[in-house]
Design a protein around this ligand. Structure first.
Ligand code: R5P
Length: 298
């Protein structure tokens, strides 16, 4: 029977070249199928961007403002996130396994806010990351910090392990309190992460020359939200970052500490995925916030 089936097959379209489309993310064409598939769980293939909802802060801060109750404050936001950035403890205890977006596991840690923060170790095994179906492992690097080499070694070790198993590695550039947050520093830190093999890099937006940070980094960049800002300013930050080439945001406090987190995450999505201008996104935020308010009064 098998022979007969083969004989009847005629539609080879010999003159049509095989499809060979480049992968949609910068610097990621050479990656294996599994890694590209996991990156597609983090970045939306249509927009090429991501809204990562970051709520891993408890790994050194404990129950900070807005993260007191992950089940009540964060879980309702998850349908609007492309990706969750969190610790394995919160993933197991508080996130429904029916969540189908990307999981980026906080994979370095050690010192609490009471100690020197840069003295981190790798805080997860690759078996755990696989078991938890991680799309990426996030590791902090402290360029210029006291434990710079150790943090870089954490990054390269996780890259080696991640590459063996098709799991991405996110290099997270941490800026020490005494360091200048300028384009010069961000170019240095992001480029080092990329040169050493990070699949993508998280950094901070800088007002002057952010486009040069993006241009000199051969892998995708996402920006952290940083300290809580008024909602319109946070949307402006997101807009400026993607407008200058960032592939999205890894935003925490500006969403979960917002006066209306549910409205804020949807407004951020509008900027990141639909290129909404700042005023349009802010109006959208106000509209959803007001709807929420009126529902809660009923
Ligand atoms: C900090 O603990 C984490 O790396 C956060 O995931 C990151 O800083 C993004 O959160 P935020 O937008 O609050 O800065």
């Amino acid at each position: 029977m098998a022979d007969k089936d083969t004989e009847s097959a005629r539609n080879y379209q010999v003159g049509v070249p095989a499809r060979n489309e480049p992968f949609f993310l910068k610097g990621s064409n050479h990656l294996d199928w599994g890694l590209q598939n996991r990156l597609s769980q983090i970045f939306n293939p249509r927009s090429g961007r991501t809204v990562m909802l970051a709520f891993d802060h408890g790994y050194f801060l404990g129950p900070t403002s807005g993260l007191e109750r992950i089940d009540l404050n964060i879980v309702p936001l998850t349908p609007y996130a492309d990706t969750l950035m969190l610790t394995r403890g919160i993933l197991r205890t508080s996130i429904p396994p029916t969540y189908t977006g990307g999981i980026v596991l906080r994979s370095s840690g050690g010192p609490s806010i009471l100690k020197e923060l840069s003295n981190e170790e790798i805080a997860i095994s690759i078996d755990e990351a696989i078991r938890l179906n991680a799309a990426a492992m996030a590791v902090q690097v402290f360029i210029g910090g006291e434990y710079e080499t150790k943090s870089i070694h954490n990054l390269t070790r996780l890259i080696d392990l991640g590459n063996q198993h098709g799991i991405a590695t996110l290099g997270v550039t941490a800026v020490g309190r005494d360091m200048v947050r300028d384009a010069n520093y961000m170019r240095l830190a992001t480029r080092i992460c990329a040169e050493l093999g990070a699949t993508y890099v998280k950094t901070y937006f800088v007002e002057q020359g952010f486009d040069t940070v993006v241009a000199s980094c051969p892998v995708p960049i996402v920006i952290a939200g940083g300290k809580k800002l008024p909602e319109r300013e946070a949307l402006e930050l997101a807009f400026n970052a993607v407008d200058q080439g960032a592939c999205g945001v890894d935003m925490g406090r500006n969403i979960f500490q917002s006066e209306c987190p549910l409205a804020m995450i949807q407004a951020v999505r509008k900027v990141v995925h639909e290129n909404a201008r700042v005023q349009e996104a802010y109006d959208y935020y106000l509209e959803i916030r007001d709807q929420q308010d009126s529902q809660s009064l009923k």
